[in-house]
Design a protein around this ligand. Structure first.
Ligand code: ZN
Ligand code: ZN
Ligand code: ZN
Length: 370
C-alpha cells in the first residue's frame, strides 16, 4: 500500500463509524466506539473490566496500556467473576464466617458469597469505625472474616481490661464492674466512688494515685486543633497512654532521680512552678468588686503547691512575696476552669490565685513556692 493509499484509507475509516473491528483481547467483533491503547483498539466490554484498575492505579498507564497486559488482566477478571458466580450459585445453610444460621429471606451478598445478619451488622460497625472502605458487594468472605476476627480479638481484650480489679502497682481498686445492684451502682456513682484510673498502652489500668507519681515525666497535655469554620476542638492527651506497665515501673524509678536533681537545684521548698501566663482573676469580681485578684497559670515542676503557701518572686534585686488564696488543677495552659483543689502536685498544671499584684511575674519565669 502506498503512502497516499494508507492516508486515504485511514480517512475513509474515520468517516465510516460503523466499521467492524475484531477485539485483540477477546477476539469478538465489535462496531462503534472502542478504546485506543498503545498498540491497538480493544472493545468496550474488555475495557470495562480493567478501566477501574487503571483508575485505581493498580495497573500502570505507562507500562501496561498495551494489548498483552490488558488481555492478561481481562482473563484474570473473567476467572474471578466466574469463581464468584460459582461460589454464589448455592446459598449455604450456615454463615461461612461465623457458622450461624442464615436468615430465610434477605441474605446479605458479599463479592463471593452470602453472610448472616450478625456478620452484616459487624460489617456495618467496621465501616463506621473506618476499618474498611469497600462496599459490601466488593468484600470477599476471606477479607471480611479476617477483619471480624481482628475486631473480636480487640473486643475480648477490652472485656479483659474491664475485669482487672486491682492496680498492678499498689493493688488499689480500679474495677469498672457493677456492684451487682442498680441501687449499689447509683450509690457508688453519687459518692464518686467509681475508681479513677489511667489506661496504659498494654491495657493495664493504673490507679490515679500511682499515675500521679510519674506526672513529672508523663504529663497530661492539652491541645487544640482547628476544625474549620472558626471552631476549635480541644483534646486532652495523657502521655501515660503511650507506655506499657514495665515502662511505667521504670518511670517510678526514673522520677526519683529527676526529683533528686530538682531538689539539688531548688533546695528546700514546697514547690516550683513554671509560669505560662498571668492575668486578672474575675472569679469573685461580682461579690467583691473592690478586691483585685490575679491568676498565675503554670506547671508545677517540682513538689506540691498548696493553699496558703507563699510564692517568692525576685526580679532585678526586688523581692516580693504573695500568698496562694486559691488553686485550680487544670490540664493545660489553654483551659480556663479545671477543678478547685487544696493542692496541686508536680507534673500537673495549676491556676494559682493571689491577691497581690503580679506585674513582676512574666511568662517563662520559674517561681519558688515555700
Ligand atoms: Zn474485547
Ligand atoms: Zn455470620
Ligand atoms: Zn496504684
Amino acid at each position: 500500500m502506498g503512502f497516499f493509499d494508507s492516508l486515504f484509507g485511514k480517512k475513509k475509516e474515520e468517516k465510516k463509524q460503523e466499521v467492524k473491528r475484531s477485539c485483540p483481547v477477546c477476539g469478538k467483533e465489535f462496531t462503534g466506539k472502542g478504546m485506543d491503547v498503545n498498540d491497538g483498539i480493544i472493545c468496550m466490554d474488555c475495557w470495562g473490566l480493567v478501566c477501574d484498575d487503571f483508575e485505581a492505579g493498580i495497573m500502570d498507564e505507562d507500562k501496561e496500556f498495551y494489548i498483552a497486559p490488558i488481555k492478561a488482566a481481562v482473563l484474570a477478571k473473567k476467572g474471578e467473576l466466574a469463581a464468584d458466580k460459582e461460589a454464589k450459585a448455592r446459598k449455604p445453610e450456615v454463615c461461612p464466617i461465623c457458622g450461624g444460621k442464615m436468615p430465610k429471606f434477605m441474605t446479605m451478598e458479599v463479592k463471593d458469597g452470602y453472610i448472616c445478619d450478625e456478620c452484616f451488622s459487624k460489617f456495618n460497625k467496621l465501616e463506621e469505625d473506618g476499618e474498611i472502605d469497600k462496599e459490601i458487594e466488593n468484600v470477599t468472605l476471606k477479607e471480611l472474616s479476617a477483619l471480624i476476627a481482628k475486631v473480636d480479638k480487640q473486643k475480648a481484650a477490652n472485656e479483659k481490661r474491664k475485669e482487672q480489679d486491682a492496680c498492678p502497682v499498689c493493688g488499689a481498686n480500679v474495677s469498672e464492674k457493677s456492684t451487682g445492684s442498680l441501687w449499689g451502682d447509683i450509690k457508688r456513682s453519687v459518692k464518686d466512688e467509681i475508681p479513677k484510673f489511667v489506661l496504659l498502652k498494654d491495657n493495664q489500668k493504673i490507679c490515679a494515685e500511682c499515675a500521679g507519681k510519674v506526672r513529672l515525666l508523663y504529663p497530661i497535655l492539652y491541645s487544640k486543633t482547628y476544625d474549620g469554620d472558626g471552631m476549635y476542638n480541644g483534646a486532652h492527651i495523657d502521655t501515660l497512654n503511650n507506655i506499657t506497665l514495665p515502662e511505667f515501673r521504670k518511670a517510678l524509678e526514673d522520677v526519683n532521680v529527676k526529683r533528686k536533681q530538682l531538689e539539688e537545684q531548688y533546695g528546700s521548698c514546697e514547690a516550683v512552678i513554671s509560669v505560662g501566663s498571668v492575668g486578672r482573676d474575675f472569679e469573685n469580681v461580682r461579690s467583691n468588686p473592690g478586691k483585685k485578684e490575679y491568676r498565675i497559670r503554670g506547671k508545677i515542676l517540682y513538689g506540691k503547691a498548696s493553699k496558703g503557701n507563699l510564692i517568692h518572686v525576685n526580679r532585678d534585686g526586688f523581692n516580693c512575696t504573695m500568698r496562694i488564696e486559691r488553686l485550680r488543677q487544670i490540664t493545660g495552659f489553654e483551659e480556663y476552669s479545671g477543678n478547685a483543689v487544696d493542692s496541686v502536685g508536680e507534673g500537673y498544671y495549676a491556676i494559682v490565685t493571689v491577691a497581690e499584684d503580679t506585674s513582676c511575674i512574666y511568662p517563662g519565669d520559674t517561681l519558688i513556692i515555700v
